[in-house]
Design a protein around this ligand. Structure first.
Ligand SMILES: [Zn+2]
Ligand SMILES: [Zn+2]
Length: 370
């Protein structure tokens, strides 16, 4: 059985700690268009939450307010709540944890157990979780969500939306062609299932969907936070803005990029396009629209939950058959060498693909060690 001290160096390197968003000097905002990855700027976001393990209501510990800020950031605590500034584990925090656990498909305990903390520390999308402030969420069925009011792109079907990748706000350690190909594949996943086509255009300003890599505070009120932590965000229809954190170590092929913190570009782009189309976050762990993604993890295939969600907004692509998805899920599960239940009793053993990432394995190891 692994001990916690043995795991800690691993975890400390692997997870970010919480700090407030790193301010970016004006010069950088305007001139930092071409970005080299620099791991001396690896953000420590969220990592310090490790020491909050097993806290319960009534506890008081320095640094708990940082966790409350995290929950405020993702919609679980109101921004106006002064109690957010205190380090007391109060009823509101317990309620936020319950809703977070339900939204993230975790066992609902209301405590900061190891599995919950590991999930909190996993890099994720910056879009707040849908239903984060709904008290009835814990008992509802876990599945796809929409933005408030269910906005979607209007127009005659089949709908064609233009997109462009910013020539200025980009990264230069991955070739422009490789970035374009990864973004193209990400759009294709959605095109396959709904009657919407995405057409790449060279005029970034005129494109309906604008994709770019941005650093820190980039002018839309949702600052990025350095490597790991928040990976990207996108806005609801018909905004079309899709932003990726330029501070990440973006990868298009893990075979050619050995970085421990590499993030798969196609996976995050596929997720953010879901937001561009109008989907919110899903509580289905295997879904592309699940909020978090560990480093060195590919998650590009839409699950039944993603397909049902987006088809309820746009209808089905006439060429798409549900059986294609079932075959894909079966072959993916086979390819990943995963089958049957995972025996940890957390209720996810009935889903189509059981993708057990390294972070999941670490979570289990933490649970065993504590
Ligand atoms: Zn998201
Ligand atoms: Zn942005």
């Amino acid at each position: 059985m692994p001990s916690l001290p043995l795991l800690l160096p691993f975890l400390l390197f692997s997870f970010p700690t919480f700090t407030s968003p790193r301010p970016v000097p004006d010069k950088l905002q305007h001139e930092q268009h071409q970005v080299f990855f620099d791991d001396t700027h690896l953000n420590d976001t969220w990592r310090s939450f490790n020491r909050l393990v097993d806290l319960e209501r009534g506890s008081h510990i320095d640094g708990l307010s940082g966790l409350k800020q995290y929950f405020t950031r993702f919609g679980y605590l109101p921004k106006s709540d002064r109690a957010v500034l205190s380090d007391s584990f109060d009823a509101r925090l317990e309620s936020a944890i319950v809703r977070y656990q339900a939204n993230l498909g975790l066992p609902v305990t209301g405590k900061l157990d190891a599995a919950t903390l590991a999930q909190i520390m996993t890099p994720r999308c910056g879009v707040p979780d849908s239903n984060a402030n709904r008290s009835d969420r814990a008992s509802s069925v876990a599945r796809f969500t929409f933005f408030s009011g269910q906005p979607r792109w209007a127009g005659r079907k089949p709908l064609t939306l233009t997109y462009a990748v910013s020539p200025a706000h980009t990264i230069n350690y991955v070739s422009r062609a490789d970035v374009a190909a990864a973004i193209r594949r990400a759009f294709s996943h959605w095109e396959r299932v709904i009657p919407v086509r995405f057409s790449e255009v060279s005029d970034y300003k005129a494109a309906e969907v604008k994709v770019g890599f941005f650093l820190g505070d980039h002018g839309d009120g949702e600052p990025f936070d350095g490597a790991l932590g928040i990976l990207g965000h996108a806005f609801s229809p018909e905004s079309g803005r899709m932003h990726l954190d330029a501070a990440e170590r973006w990868a298009v092929d893990f075979g050619k990029d050995a970085s421990e913190v590499a993030i798969d570009l196609e996976s995050v782009a596929t997720h953010e396009i879901g937001h561009v189309l109008g989907l919110g976050h899903s509580a289905v762990i295997e879904a592309v629209m699940y909020p978090s993604l560990s480093p060195r993890t590919n998650k590009v295939e839409l699950t039944m939950d993603d397909v049902e969600g987006v088809q309820s907004l746009y209808g089905s692509n006439p060429n798409f058959r549900l059986s294609q998805l079932v075959e894909l899920e079966t072959s993916s599960a086979y390819r990943d060498g995963i089958g049957g239940g995972d025996g940890d009793g957390d209720g996810d053993s009935g889903s189509g693909i059981l993708r057990r990432s390294w972070i999941g394995i670490l979570t289990m190891a933490m649970v065993m060690a504590v």
